[in-house]
Design a binder for this molecule. Structure first.
Ligand SMILES: [Zn+2]
Length: 340
């Protein structure tokens, strides 16, 4: 019997060596130590042993059982470690591989221009405000004193969403919003997208950008307007630039003017680009806020006066960056944008 037990131990130890997974290990445990296992089978024959032999064999069997269990557990542990190691190996990150290059972009020339304009006006004491691109007909036309038959109200000129809602045709409705919601003194600029039913060519696009300015306070005069525009143009384009105000008509200002600035090419001497006049035409529109507009917004025109101005940002960006086609600003062609 002793031999049998020793043989069981030998066999078990030998088999364990060759195992490399948990399932086989468990199978082996059942085979040798289970209720129907080899060792149990042998022990069943203990009844036939003498009283002297029984405790000796019993002890031996116990020791063998413990030895086998210990070996199984040890193997289990090292198998676990093996599996863990393999898993780590599989999930290893090679930190020596070069990282993926993240391409850092930069601001669009239009955004840069907007930021530059806003900065100039902030330095002059203006606040920057924003308004929605989808506007009411009331804010976009009615409150701005735009006559019922004004051509820009026409379906062929404006993108209507419903009869009363449209894509704003200028940034001027922001003035209305500011005046309705705030009491003077007011000093704001607002830049953003505007929309008109324009065919696309080198200088026109159905989407374009405007910057609007508004000042309302006591004793605001045309002199303040001229000084503000003049200072702005010099800040933007240089000290040697001059402005010229030509009378014009806008429904929301009275009197109104269009502003020309010195030719960007010849700085006023006269060249081919400016047809010898020395001026770049119609850079911005401006005027004293029409008293009717103040009244529409609940501001007393006897106590307060104001001026407003609007300019096309796209044109300024084109002048500043030497871009000759407005389409380039909106096509998102990387070859173009990377130049700025
Ligand atoms: Zn010129």
């Amino acid at each position: 019997m002793k031999d049998k037990i020793s043989k069981i131990k030998e066999e078990a130890m030998e088999e364990i060596k060759d195992l490399n997974n948990m399932e086989d290990l468990e199978e082996l445990r059942i085979k040798f130590l289970g209720k129907k296992g080899e060792l149990t089978k042998v022990l069943r024959g203990m009844g036939k042993l003498s009283n002297k032999e029984r405790p000796v064999i019993g002890q031996m069997a116990n020791e063998v059982r413990q030895d086998i269990e210990k070996e199984i557990n040890n193997t289990k542990e090292s198998l676990k470690k093996e599996i863990q190691k393999k898993k780590l190996e599989k999930e290893r990150i090679d930190i020596s591989i070069p990282g993926k290059n993240i391409v850092l972009g930069h601001r669009h020339p239009l955004v840069k221009t907007i930021e530059e304009l806003e900065n100039i006006f902030m330095n002059m004491g203006f606040s920057v405000v924003y308004g929605p691109e989808v506007e009411t007909v009331e804010n976009n036309f009615d409150e701005l004193n735009s006559p019922e038959n004004h051509p820009s109200r026409d379906l062929t000129d404006t993108f209507y969403i419903t009869e009363d809602i449209l894509l704003r045709t200028h940034t001027s409705p922001v003035q209305i919003r500011v005046m309705k919601e705030n009491k003077p003194p007011l000093r704001i600029v607002s830049a953003g997208r505007t929309f008109r039913f324009d065919d696309v060519d080198d200088t026109h696009s159905p989407m374009f950008h405007q910057l609007e300015g508004l000042v309302v306070d006591e004793n605001v005069t045309m002199a303040n307007l001229k000084e503000t525009i003049d200072t702005f143009i010099k800040e933007l384009f240089g000290e040697d630039m001059h402005t010229r105000f030509r009378p014009h008509y806008f429904p929301f200002t009275e009197p109104s003017a269009e502003v020309d600035v010195s030719c960007f090419n010849c700085k006023g001497k006269g060249c081919e680009e400016c047809n010898g006049t020395g001026w770049s035409m119609e850079l911005l529109g401006c005027g004293m806020v029409n008293p009717k507009v103040l009244q529409n917004c609940g501001i007393d025109p006897d106590k307060y006066s104001g001026f407003a101005f609007g300019l096309g940002i796209d044109r300024i960006a084109m002048v500043k960056y030497g871009i000759d086609n407005i389409r380039l600003l909106f096509e998102n062609d990387m070859r173009f944008l990377e130049q700025f």
